[in-house]
Design a protein around this ligand. Structure first.
Ligand code: ATP
Ligand code: MG
Length: 264
């Protein structure tokens, strides 16, 4: 999965990455492998919780209909809900806007033993904010540095950060939005405002390229996940999650000698 990891200091070119990749796998083979990985993820998450030492932060960013919700549903379907939190970052409230842009983020970072998934994140503050000139360039351009420092602080204090950009192309977004339009049961997911975002597709791609290039570090890497095929996306993310958690080399805490305990 290293091929999808953005190496620090490289300039990402999203056009050079095919979002339709399947790693040469069939859908069936990928699904079977994902299922096995997700079982493994269940065990690793229990271990993380039991060991109560590490904190894990997963950042999900994508264009609308990029598959953030589906990823959360599929990849984490087996994990114990007690050990996993999802924080979704929407348009900031007046109170949030009265503070610095990391204020609302920091309070949702994971505590020990926990996995927190950010469904959108502080990266919106260099994506939507940049594309729509919500703050001046002189302000947003400094944020890459803040973000690198903020994440490094979290990493130094024991948080493992994994960032995923779900890479779909404009055609795939169109067909997903059309599918929502065609199915009345999915109309609640259809937001007419998404079409305004879609119209700025190229600007978003540039903003993603800059954000990812400037903030993928050795400790806090970005992965660009080919996501036109949901089943391949799930496989890649499950694999990266399992590999990352395994590298933490966790163990169950030592318990006292229980061999003589008799339950009356
Ligand atoms: P769904 O799949 O349900 O549509 P979503 O993540 O798109 O999920 P929405 O409520 O539709 O949720 O959209 C959230 C909107 O808030 C996005 O358009 C996003 O760009 C915007 N947003 C998030 N953070 C910020 C921010 N810091 N400043 C301005 N807009 C933001
Ligand atoms: Mg939306």
């Amino acid at each position: 999965m290293d091929q999808y990891r953005v190496q620090p200091g490289t300039k990402l070119d999203l056009q050079a990455i095919d979002p339709g990749q399947t790693g040469g796998l069939t859908r069936e083979a990928a699904k079977a492998e994902t299922k096995a990985l997700n079982k493994r993820l269940e065990d690793l998450q229990e271990l993380l919780y039991a060991e109560n030492k590490h904190k894990v932060l997963v950042v999900l960013q994508a264009m609308d209909a990029g598959g953030k919700d589906g990823t959360i549903r599929k990849v984490f379907e087996h994990v114990n809900p007690q050990g996993v939190k999802v924080a979704s970052f929407k348009k900031p409230t007046a109170k949030e806007l009265a503070h610095d842009y990391l204020w609302r983020i920091h309070q949702h970072t994971p505590g020990t033993g926990m996995i927190t998934i950010f469904n959108r994140s502080h990266y919106e503050d260099v994506l939507v904010v940049r594309v729509w000139d919500i703050v001046a360039e002189s302000r947003w351009s400094k944020r890459y540095g803040h973000i690198v420092d903020f994440e490094q602080m979290l990493a130094d204090e024991g948080t493992t950060i994994i960032k995923f950009y779900l890479h779909i192309d404009k055609e795939e977004q169109k067909s997903r939005l059309q599918a929502r339009l065609d199915n009345p049961a999915k109309h609640w997911k259809f937001d007419v405002a998404d079409l305004d975002q879609r119209a700025r597709w190229d600007d978003y791609m540039r903003a993603f390229e800059d954000a990812i290039s400037r903030t993928s570090t050795a400790d806090n890497p970005w992965y660009v996940v080919p996501a036109n095929h949901k089943w391949y996306r799930d496989l890649v993310i499950s694999r990266v999650m399992v590999d990352t958690l395994e590298a933490l080399d966790m163990s169950y805490p030592e318990s006292e000698d229980l061999s003589n305990v008799v339950i009356p």
